[in-house]
Design a protein around this ligand. Sequence first.
Ligand code: SF4
Length: 449
Amino acid sequence: MRPSACPGLVRVVAAADGGLCRIKLPGGRLDAHQARAIAAAARACGSGAIDATNRANLQLRGIRDDAADALTRALLDAGLGPRIDADADAAALAASDDARNLMLSPLAGHDPAALVDSRALSMPLLDMLAREPRRGELSPKFSIQLDGGESVAALDHPHDIWLAAWRRDDGAVRIAAGLAGCPPVAHGDRPASVDVSPDQSVALVRALLLAFLDLAPADVTRMRALLATCGERPLLERAQHYLSFPLAADPALAGWRRMRADPALRFGAHLSHDAARCSVGAQFVLGRLDATQLERLAALADTNGDGTLSMTPWQGVFMHGVSRERAPATLAALASLGLVCAPSDPLATLVACTGSAGCAKAHADTKQDALALAARIGRPLDVHLSGCERHCALPHPATHTLVAVAPAHYDLYRRAAAAGLGAPLARHLTIDQAAARLTGAAQPGHTDA
Ligand code: SF4
């Protein structure tokens, strides 16, 4: 078993504002009953504050030291644990929980634009991850994406293994796969490494996991680090040992690119397979909600939808099964709950980490500063406020990043063509100065220093 400091269902980790419990939701999905159970547990065992994470999970904050066991029990009773034997011991439960890092589109199983039902495909994959005897050797951060080709998808969030549906010239839908990255969308992106039929995808993922564990030294926990030392070919050759079919890539995959996903589609109504119903999306302000909001979301899901919700990698939510007639009223209800409901909202693309209110490493109260920044800018900008140089709220650089150096003071970076934050544009800015700089930077014809 690999020791871990990551929060989980049975591993409440200390933070500046109390214990932190991460609830990994299968493909981001939960139902209204589970949402109520989470809200009740957040209130009974913690501060009531809840984070929506960039892996479409939920985190409960401020958990009291004496409440961790009761919290875990309440969440397991609500069906929020991994699907394993009821008598599994704590170590087996923790290992199964840690392995459940499977990213789906929040519209998985609903979007008529998808090439496959990725939600259906995810079930045996999650079962395999929860039961594979070697799952405890994986880092809890080791993550997998399953992209069914939905119109709403996270395509800039690198995963250790990614799978993406694509259609061959003969019409057959296949599953392309790649390592340490994202499905290719632009001309220069790394193409897929192999492809398989949909019913071979679980065996493929298991083979890739086992090959990774066979080849990775003890201090290498992520696919990117392994590929940097041994390259892709040895890993694929090792994976072949675990497969009963030959691993290969269709030559057409070299030119295949996944359709881009429009970020504006994260908000509002989307038609589903049932033409009379839709899914309605919105985002939590700076990724934070509270127990009362979650309870009201659950009630809305029951009255206006089919009682199911999907958390999103953009720290938001989709409510499913809403009748087309009730979609506008549902969106209005989400707005009245305090959610961001339009891509034109200044908070639509603003990201802030936990900040000094909950993280001892933070140099500033990023969430309060982000609200102040949004009020000054008044329109959406792709900006990430990070309390320290770890940048853990966003898995890829935003167009602009503000890194806190002191309370309410930040260094400003603009994303470079190469990976990383790029060179600093300015140092030690106040929020007023940052707003002026960002507003100027966004004006046509402006050139940053
Ligand atoms: S980026 Fe730094 S300050 Fe912000 S939550 Fe992560 S560790 Fe804490």
